[in-house]
Design a protein around this ligand. Structure first.
Ligand SMILES: *[C@@H]1O[C@H](CO)[C@@H](O)[C@H](O)[C@H]1NC(C)=O
Ligand SMILES: *[C@@H]1O[C@H](CO)[C@@H](O)[C@H](O)[C@H]1NC(C)=O
Ligand SMILES: *[C@@H]1O[C@H](CO)[C@@H](O)[C@H](O)[C@H]1NC(C)=O
Ligand SMILES: *[C@@H]1O[C@H](CO)[C@@H](O)[C@H](O)[C@H]1NC(C)=O
Ligand SMILES: *[C@@H]1O[C@H](CO)[C@@H](O)[C@H](O)[C@H]1NC(C)=O
Length: 569
């Protein structure tokens, strides 16, 4: 720069250093992602935690080997006895549900073998011509095949997808286009009637799978079917006793053309757990998946999310809750034409997915406050894991609400807790069981752990959206505790109670050791392979593996490829 005189050179230097400083500051402070992006803007090159990832894969292989050796092509393996059980028409639920996890974990040989077996399944033939559970078959079988196809691009999967898709599509061949959620679909020319009574989730979480089926086959009939369905949901959204929400039970049969008046009046209970969960999750995901062409899902979410925050979420009286970073989803009841809403402060492991749902919705709908809601719900589930005697959250957990006589009491006091917990049902007949429970656990109606994924699902989403290593640390702790208590001779077993431990003899590397563990049940659902272990694996993998900006995961954690042009975002 010899043409510059000395003061000019100085100026250039100053300008350059200021510019560099700004750049450095920019990189240091970018905690957020770019616009139109769900995942955190990860800067570091490699973020794999190899040892943890390998540990997850090892556990997967332990259970997979058990399935191969003892229950090959059965719906489920019984992890204690080594027996086999049919659960969903005997179409090899575990096999199909695990296909994409095999691909994601890089178990290529196992995948090829599993795929070969899958191609021999005849969905027209079912054990005892069973009634098809439309929801479970859609999310597990159709979703599993779809993800395996999307990830492998193996054309041999397509005919299976169409065979199964067409059969499930028959569930909508009813007089009003609403589905039969539990029908024999294999009988030729059977007249199928839409269900008189169905769980909200069973009817309200079918959009993604059928939409993707139309995308990959080019056949619009599946899409037309869910367009009719989503219209009924949209029209009925204000008909229920809490406008904006749908109750736990619906009545598909009463829908008559544009009349849907009693569709959403089958029940007066509202929740995010069993029966309801994925119906709300799918509003967010369907909007992400096809929002540019279908506005109905986003509008439904905007209305529903407001009411969820108003009526279903609560702050609980737990040690440390004064930090106010923990909330839980509960259960609301309101009869038609009544103003009061009753809130039952019982939360469910199933409802833990709501943390990830709100966090993702915050980005998709550009509503930053919702991210904090999602974080607080996830914190609640992590808290319940950390405080339970096994380190695993029970299936249901009743808490004491914060709002007491003076309205806002949230600060912990042992005295208040003792009095309140003594009043709870656990102490009926003078038999006070609450002593066994940690402070904050008012009541545990169902103490089991069914190998469920929802808590780690939300922890995984928090990690991918924030890049905060904290989430990997709490996730690892959850993994270690779950494996410690559930590992069994042939796989991993559901637990009878997360709240009690016993001395138990167990084998480790061929040696018998006595440990203090939870009591196990002879049950290992296919979602252990499809969801729980997949989320753990992805938590410790490169953030680019199944990026949330390229894939949408159905409610069984099966990834479907996002189509750029129609993303609602
Ligand atoms: C799967 O089937 C193909 C074609 O029939 C065969 O070539 C291949 O060896 C099989 N793979 C496994 C792992 O069984
Ligand atoms: C739909 O149901 C009718 C009877 O209501 C039947 O005649 C028709 O074949 C069914 N459609 C398909 C594709 O099976
Ligand atoms: C339901 O009520 C909300 C708020 O009152 C309104 O914005 C929305 O359009 C209504 N939806 C339907 C389908 O009537
Ligand atoms: C609890 O929160 C209130 C209000 O934010 C604050 O005044 C109080 O000091 C807190 N107590 C504890 C024990 O942190
Ligand atoms: C619990 O309640 C019973 C009956 O109301 C009372 O006798 C007992 O002392 C109470 N226990 C505690 C720990 O407060």
């Amino acid at each position: 720069m010899s043409w510059l005189n000395v003061p000019q050179k100085k100026l250039v230097k100053v300008v350059l250093s200021v510019f560099t400083l700004i750049l450095i500051l920019h990189f240091l402070t970018t905690g957020s992602s770019k616009p139109n992006q769900i995942q955190h803007n990860f800067k570091r090159k490699s973020l794999v935690q190899r040892e943890r990832q390998d540990a997850v894969r090892r556990e997967f292989l332990h259970a997979w080997t058990g399935y191969q050796d003892h229950a090959w092509m059965a719906d489920v393996l019984m992890p204690l006895s080594g027996g086999r059980r049919e659960q969903f028409c005997g179409w090899s639920a575990t096999l199909v549900d695990a296909l994409d996890t095999l691909i994601i974990m890089g178990l290529d040989e196992e995948f090829q073998e599993a795929l070969n077996a899958t191609l021999t399944i005849d969905f027209a033939d079912s054990i005892g011509h069973c009634n098809v559970n439309l929801f479970e078959s859609t999310i597990r079988y159709l979703g599993g095949l779809m993800a395996a196809y999307d990830l492998s691009n193996d054309a041999r999967i397509l005919p299976k997808l169409v065979q199964l898709g067409d059969m499930l599509h028959l569930a909508f061949n009813t007089s009003n286009g609403m589905p039969c959620t539990m029908c024999n679909l294999a009988t030729k020319d059977a007249v199928i009637e839409s269900s008189e009574n169905a769980a909200l989730a069973d009817v309200g979480s079918l959009y993604l799978e059928f939409a993707r089926l139309s995308q990959v086959t080019g056949d619009e009939k599946y899409m037309h079917t869910i367009d009719v369905l989503s219209e009924v949901f949209a029209r009925s959204q204000n008909d229920s006793s809490i406008p904006g929400l749908w109750p736990e039970n619906l009545s598909p049969r009463v829908v008559d053309g544009p009349q849907s008046y009693d569709f959403a009046r089958k029940s007066s209970r509202y929740a995010l757990g069993a029966m309801s969960d994925s119906a709300y999750e799918y509003l967010v995901k369907a909007h992400l998946f096809m929002g540019k062409t279908r506005h109905v899902y986003g509008s439904m979410w905007e209305l529903a999310s407001r009411q969820i925050k108003q009526y279903l979420l609560f702050r609980a009286f737990i040690p440390g809750a004064n930090d106010t970073d923990i909330i839980f989803p509960g259960i609301a009841t309101r009869d038609l034409g009544v103003r009061e809403t009753l809130l039952e402060t019982r939360t469910e492991h199933l409802a833990c997915f709501a943390g990830g749902m709100f966090a993702m919705a915050a980005r998709i709908f550009d509503n930053p406050d919702d991210f904090y809601i999602g974080e607080q719900i996830t914190n609640g589930c992590v808290w319940a894991y950390q405080k339970s005697p096994t380190g695993i959250m029970p299936e249901t957990l009743t808490l004491l609400p914060c709002s007491t006589d003076d309205g806002q009491q949230c600060e912990w006091s042992d005295e208040y807790w003792t009095v309140q917990s003594n009043r709870s049902e656990n102490c009926m007949n003078g038999n006070c069981q609450y002593h066994r429970f940690p402070p904050g656990f008012l009541q545990v109606k169902d103490p089991s752990y069914k190998l469920r994924p929802e808590a780690i699902e939300s922890v995984f989403i928090m990690w991918r959206m924030t890049g905060d290593e904290y989430w990997r640390e709490v996730g690892w702790e959850m993994f270690e505790n779950i494996i410690e208590h559930t590992r069994s001779p042939f796989g991993h077993a559901a637990l009878m109670s997360t709240m009690e431990v016993y001395q138990r003899d167990t084998y480790e590397r061929g040696l018998m050791v006595r440990k203090v563990l939870a009591r196990q049940m002879d049950d290992m659902e296919s979602f252990w392979f499809a969801e729980t272990l997949k989320y753990f694996y992805l938590l410790f993998s490169e953030p680019s593996l199944i990026s949330l900006d390229e894939w949408v995961l159905n409610t069984e954690a099966h990834p479907f490829r996002l189509t750029e042009g129609i993303r609602g975002f």
